[in-house]
Design a protein around this ligand. Structure first.
Ligand code: PEP
Ligand code: MG
Length: 587
C-alpha cells in the first residue's frame, strides 16, 4: 500500500483498476485480460506485416521517382522491423506483463532511445530518427483497429479509474464516466478546466500527483480520494472494504432525457445554441442523444480516412443524405475536405498505404496546400464533392463551409465552383435548393478581413484550433513551444471580438467550433464576449449546458470586460477562476 498526495479537485472516494493514459505521447496503457493476450500479440504482428508492406511500397516508389540512393534510406527501417529488440521484445512485454500493444511498443522505443542517446558516434545517434519513424508507423497501424485513446476510453469494460499525465477537457468529455469512476493526474494547477468537468460530472479527482503515471501499473488497484487529497495504490483489504461501502452508494451524474433535450440557456434565460462536431456519420446518433441542435462541423475529410480510394460522387451523396435526414430539421454544416497534399496522395496515388492518416496534432500544424487551397487546385475532386453535397441538399438543412480560407479571392472562386456544380446538375434535370455557404475563420488573415468576407458569405464558423496556433505562431507538434499554445492569450480574445463584431455588422450568424468551446471554464467567457453559437464534441454538450445554466449574462459580460482589460494569460485565468469561485481548486 502506497499513498501519493495531490490536490483533490472534485470530492468523493472511489476505487478501481487503473487505466493509464500518457496523453502527451498519445498512448493509453491498460491491462489486457489473460484470454485477450493472443489477440493483442496478433495486433502487433499485423502491424508489423502492414509496416513491412508499406515500407516496401514507399521504397519502390522512391526508387522509381528519385533513384535507388534515396530509396535505400528505408532499408535501415526494414532491417529494424525484424530486429529481435523491437517487435518481438514488445510481444514479450505483452505476454509477460499483460499490457496493451501500444504501450509495449512505446516502452521498447523508450529503451531504444536511451541506448541511442548514449552513443558517441553521431551517425548512430541519428538512427534514433529511424527508430522513431518506424515506431510511429507501428503505432499508426495499431490505431487502425482501435483508433484513438478516446475510442478505448469509451469502450472500457470494467469499473476503472483513470490515471493520466494530463487530461484535456475534450478528452475527458469522451470518457464513459459510468465505467471510469474517477481520475488522477500528474499535472497540477493548470488542469483546473478538467477539474471543473470532474465536478460537474460528480467524478472524484485528484491532480498534481507528479509521479502517478510512473508509479502505477495498469490494472493495479487504486483508491482516488478527492476529499482527502490523495490516492492509495494497492490498498490493503481493510482500506478497500471501507471505500467499497461508500463507493456502492455513488452514481455518476447521468443527464436525464428531459435535461438532454432542453436547449441551453443561461440562468437569466439567454439562449445559447449548441451543436456537435462530427468526424463520422455514424456518430450522428450520439450527437442527437446528447441533445445537439445540429451539426456545426462535419469534418468531411474523414470520409477519405481508412479508405483505399476517394469516394465517388454517389458514395458521398449517400453519406451526406443520411446525415441530413438523420439531423433534419436541424442543420448540418459540412466542411469541404480539409486535407493537404500528403494526405490526399496517400489516398489517391498509393492505395497500398491503407491506414496512413496523420494524427490531429500533425494535421493541425500544416500550412501548405491544404483545405480550400487544395480544393481549388483539384477541381475534379472539389466538383465531385460539391455535386454530391448539392444533390443531398433537398434531404435536410445543409450548410456548406470552406476550410482554411485566407481571403476573399479564394472564397469567390469557391462560390463560383458551387454555382457551376449547381448549373451542371440543373442541366441534368436535378434541381437543388439554395444552400447557405460559409467560411471557417481559422487563419489570422481571414479574421482581419472578416468584415470583407462577411459581405459575401451566409455564416462564419471560428476554428480556434488553427486560429490560435497561427495567431500565436505556435506549432503544437513542436513540444518546445507547445506550452505557448494559449487559448486565453489576450490576442485571441481580441480576435474573437473582432470576428464576432464583423459578423454582427453584416448580420450573419457566427459560431465557434474549436476545442476551446468544450472547455467548461472558457465557455462562459465566450458567451460574455458575445458569442451565442458553439459546436463541440457531443460528449461535452451536457456539461456545457450545465455550466451555462449556472451563469447570468450580466456577470459573463462583466467577466469578459475584465478579461479584455488584462495583459497576461495568467491574469485572465485567475479572473476566470475567481468568477467560477465554486469550482476553484487553488487553495
Ligand atoms: C479548428 O481549426 O478549430 C477546427 C475546428 O478545425 P480542425 O480542428 O479540424 O482543424
Ligand atoms: Mg482547422
Amino acid at each position: 500500500m502506497q499513498r501519493l498526495k495531490g490536490i483533490g479537485v472534485s470530492p468523493g472516494v472511489v476505487y478501481g483498476r487503473a487505466v493509464v493514459l500518457m496523453q502527451r505521447a498519445q498512448v493509453l496503457r491498460y491491462r489486457v485480460a489473460a484470454d485477450r493476450i493472443p489477440h493483442e500479440v496478433d495486433r502487433l504482428e499485423q502491424s508489423r506485416v502492414r509496416a513491412r508492406q508499406q515500407l516496401h511500397d514507399i521504397r519502390a516508389r522512391l526508387a522509381r521517382r528519385r533513384g535507388p540512393e534515396l530509396a535505400s534510406l528505408f532499408d535501415a527501417q526494414l532491417l529494424m522491423l525484424d530486429d529481435p529488440m523491437l517487435v518481438p521484445k514488445a510481444e514479450t512485454l505483452v505476454r509477460d506483463t499483460g499490457v496493451n500493444a501500444e504501450w509495449a511498443v512505446q516502452q521498447v522505443f523508450d529503451e531504444f532511445s536511451a541506448v541511442f542517446e548514449d552513443m558517441a558516434d553521431p551517425y548512430l545517434r541519428e538512427r534514433k530518427g529511424d527508430v522513431a519513424d518506424l515506431v510511429g508507423r507501428l503505432k499508426m497501424n495499431l490505431r487502425q483497429d482501435v483508433s484513438t485513446p478516446r475510442d478505448l476510453l469509451s469502450a472500457l469494460d470494467e469499473a476503472s479509474v483513470l490515471v493520466a499525465d494530463e487530461l484535456t477537457p475534450s478528452l475527458a468529455a469522451q470518457v464513459d464516466w459510468t465505467k471510469v469512476r474517477g481520475f488522477a493526474t500528474d499535472a497540477g494547477s493548470r488542469t483546473y478546466h478538467t477539474a471543473i468537468l470532474a465536478r460537474s460530472l460528480e467524478v472524484p479527482a485528484v491532480v498534481g500527483l507528479h509521479e502517478a503515471v510512473a508509479r502505477i501499473q495498469p490494472g493495479q488497484m487504486v483508491i482516488i480520494d478527492g476529499t482527502g487529497d490523495e490516492i492509495i495504490i494497492d490498498p490493503d483489504p481493510a482500506a478497500l472494504a471501507q471505500v467499497a461501502r461508500v463507493c456502492e452508494d455513488r452514481r455518476p451524474a447521468v443527464h436525464a432525457e428531459a435535461d438532454r433535450r432542453r436547449p441551453a440557456t443561461t440562468a437569466d434565460g439567454i439562449r445559447v445554441r449548441l451543436e456537435a462536431n462530427l468526424e463520422f456519420a455514424d456518430d450522428l446518433a450520439s450527437a442527437r442523444y446528447a441533445g445537439a441542435e445540429g451539426v456545426g462541423l462535419y469534418r468531411s475529410e474523414f470520409l477519405l480516412a481508412s479508405r483505399r480510394s476517394i469516394p465517388s460522387e454517389d458514395e458521398q451523396f449517400q453519406v451526406y443524405r443520411r446525415m441530413l435526414e438523420g439531423m433534419a430539421p436541424d442543420p448540418v454544416t459540412v466542411r469541404t475536405f480539409d486535407v493537404d497534399e500528403d494526405q490526399l496522395a496517400l489516398r489517391s496515388m498509393d492505395p497500398t498505404l491503407g491506414g496512413s492518416w496523420l494524427s490531429e496534432v500533425e494535421r493541425g500544424s500544416r500550412q501548405g496546400l491544404r483545405g480550400l487551397r487544395l480544393s481549388l487546385t483539384r477541381s475534379d475532386l472539389f466538383r465531385t464533392q460539391l455535386r454530391a453535397l448539392l444533390r443531398a441538399a433537398p434531404y435536410g438543412a445543409l450548410r456548406i463551409m470552406f476550410p482554411f480560407v485566407s481571403g476573399v479571392e479564394q472564397l469567390r472562386r469557391a462560390k463560383q465552383l458551387v454555382a457551376e456544380a449547381r448549373a451542371s446538375l440543373l442541366a441534368e434535370g436535378t434541381h437543388t435548393p439554395d444552400v447557405p455557404v460559409g467560411v471557417m475563420i481559422e487563419i489570422p488573415a481571414a479574421a482581419y478581413t472578416a468584415d470583407l468576407l462577411a459581405r459575401e458569405v451566409d455564416f462564419f464558423t471560428i476554428g480556434t484550433n488553427d486560429l490560435i496556433q497561427y495567431c500565436l505562431a505556435v506549432d503544437r507538434a513542436d513540444e518546445r513551444v507547445s506550452g505557448l499554445y494559449e487559448p486565453l492569450h489576450p490576442a485571441i480574445l481580441r480576435v474573437l471580438v473582432m470576428v464576432r463584431r464583423a459578423a454582427g455588422r453584416a448580420r450573419i450568424p457566427v459560431s465557434l467550433c474549436g476545442e476551446m468551446a468544450s472547455d467548461p471554464a472558457i465557455l462562459p467567457l465566450l458567451v460574455g464576449l458575445g458569442l451565442r453559437e458553439f459546436s463541440m464534441t457531443p460528449g461535452a454538450l451536457g456539461v456545457a449546458k450545465q455550466v451555462l445554466s449556472d451563469s447570468r449574462l450580466e456577470d459573463l459580460k462583466a467577466l469578459a470586460r475584465r478579461a479584455l482589460s488584462l495583459a497576461t494569460v495568467e491574469e485572465i485565468e485567475q479572473e476566470l477562476l475567481a468568477a467560477l469561485g465554486r469550482y476553484s481548486i487553488h487553495r
